[in-house]
Design a protein around this ligand. Structure first.
Ligand SMILES: Cc1ncc(COP(=O)(O)O)c(C=O)c1O
Length: 491
């Protein structure tokens, strides 16, 4: 190998040193305390293959988080990379402002066929934050267009993460990452999440009662705020932040009823939960509810190129015109109330867009990614193996530090506690040492990429590629067992 200065460096050590020096001098990592690397190297991941990635020293890691909930089909898929390269040489870029291009059309059609119910319209973005931002903007403009201009507020759940751009941040329910950017865009309202492990005492014994209470809290918030001021409720099928809170039985059916009763839109934020993470193309399909909008990103391309977007119902699209195909006779009974009292239908323009939305290369990659889903029946792999994944992780509950294992599909959170009997959690200082001081480096050192997170109570999060099977679950369990046992002995 040649160094940056051209001399021979067979071991690559000089190149590694140069990369580290340049990274320390010029690269700014996201959500990272850069000073923590003052005395140490930054991890550098150079390639991936299947369920594994490799660092610049050739060391292998099991990618237990699919990068960042992204790499559904795993790494190193030549056919997906080649689909992107072919598209770049045919048409690298053209905007979706006033023009269409074939891959965006094909992808929109394909997503409409996969999405639940009448979510037949795709509005593309480049990221999840932009998708969430777009959904809120659409909700606001939709209500203005149909003559309900006072509806602008959005409800979302405590500790939920919905992105970092200023609009998405106002929907995000994590005070710690919002505080430096206050004041927020007005309208964000918090409701309880579905963390049954920490349910209030009066519903702690019964999951269904807990779910009913959590859904009814949404109705109480709508009534408190004034239904005429509320535009939308943003919910993930399984809430990620806090460590995987699945919905209790009946929760989403009740939320749907509440939204309909008050004319509020239900936005399913599936930036993580779509594209197989829960064994279905869309997370809402797993739990049997019909959203008005689904936001997505991440797994739509498995990360071979960036893309996000939202799937929008025919009824919501109605004031904005339906294109040439005549669907004007269509009106969802559910949305019928919304369409009354508005201005002329079908004439409004959604005043929103971004340059790289639905990028041709990303759209081509997304189509190739979906081909892999079909060819290898990845949804069946998740549904067939999720029980084994759960059972393997649940073995860890014999450790004194493991309080709860929760999740669905290939998406799990493991809550760490100081005292299992009382569910006592760690103090801020203990949590800081446990997660950042010990677990994050130790798990990485042991060859497992996952996330040790304390945005809520301390948890380890797992979301491996959808191609994983028992051998990978076993590897994850063995690494976690060794590292968590060591952590407990040092506490
Ligand atoms: C549920 C949810 N919404 C939105 C986002 C923001 O997506 P992005 O990081 O692509 O902007 C995320 C990111 O993890 C997410 O998990």
């Amino acid at each position: 190998m040649s160094t940056p200065h051209g001399t021979s460096d067979p071991s690559g050590e000089a190149a590694q040193r140069h990369l580290q020096a340049a990274a320390h001098r010029h690269l700014w990592l996201h959500f990272t305390r850069m000073s923590s690397y003052a005395e140490s190297d930054m991890p550098v991941i150079v390639r991936g293959s299947g369920q594994y990635v490799y660092d610049d020293r050739g060391k292998r890691y099991l990618d237990g988080l699919s990068g960042l909930f992204v790499s559904q089909i795993g790494h190193g898929r030549r056919e997906v990379a080649e689909a992107g390269a072919r598209q770049a040489s045919e048409l690298a870029y053209f905007p979706l402002w006033s023009y269409a291009h074939p891959r965006a059309v094909e992808l929109a059609e394909r997503l409409a066929a996969l999405a639940p119910g009448d979510l037949n319209r795709a509005f593309f973005t480049t990221s999840g934050s932009e998708a969430v931002e777009s959904a809120w903007k659409l909700a606001k403009q939709y209500f203005k267009t149909i003559g309900q201009p006072s509806r602008y507020k959005v409800l979302s759940r405590d500790i939920a993460y919905h992105g970092t751009s200023m609009g998405a941040l106002a929907i995000t329910g994590l005070p710690g990452i919002k505080e430096p950017f206050e004041p927020m865009a007005p309208g964000g309202v918090r409701v309880p999440n579905t963390n049954f492990y920490r349910a209030p005492g009066f519903v702690a014994d019964d999951l269904e009662s807990f779910g009913r209470w959590a859904a009814d809290e949404i109705e109480r918030a709508i009534e408190r705020e004034g239904p005429e001021s509320v535009a939308a409720v943003f919910l993930e099928p399984v809430q990620n932040s806090g460590g995987c809170f699945p919905p209790p039985p009946g929760y989403f059916a009740r939320v749907r009823e509440i939204c309909d009763r008050h004319g509020v839109l239900l936005v399913s934020d599936e930036v993580i939960c779509a594209f197989g993470r829960l064994g279905y193309y869309f997370g809402s399909q797993r739990y049997g509810y019909q959203p008005d909008i689904i936001t997505f990103a991440k797994g739509v391309t498995s990360g071979y190129s960036p893309l996000g977007g939202m799937m929008v119902s025919d009824a919501l699209m109605e004031p904005f015109g339906s294109g040439r195909e005549d669907i004007s006779g269509f009106e969802s009974p559910r949305r019928a109330g919304h369409a009354q009292g508005g201005g002329p239908s079908g004439t409004a323009t959604f005043l929103h867009g971004v340059t790289f939305a639905g990028h041709p290369v990303s759209a081509a990659v997304a189509l190739a990614n979906l081909d892999v889903f079909e060819k290898e029946d990845l949804l069946a792999n998740v549904r067939g193996n999720e029980g084994a994944f759960r059972a393997t992780l649940e073995k860890l509950t014999d450790l004194p530090i493991v309080g709860d294992v929760r999740g669905d599909g290939y998406f799990y959170g493991i809550e760490l506690v100081k005292d299992k009997a009382t569910k006592e959690t760690f103090s801020d200082e203990e949590s800081e040492w446990l997660l950042r001081g010990f677990l994050s480096p130790a798990l990485f050192e042991a060859g497992l990429i996952c996330r040790a997170d304390d945005r809520g109570d301390p948890v380890i999060q797992l979301a491996p590629p959808l191609t994983c099977t028992q051998e990978h679950f076993t590897e994850i369990e063995q690494i976690l067992r060794a590292v968590l046992t060591e952590a407990w002995s040092q506490l």
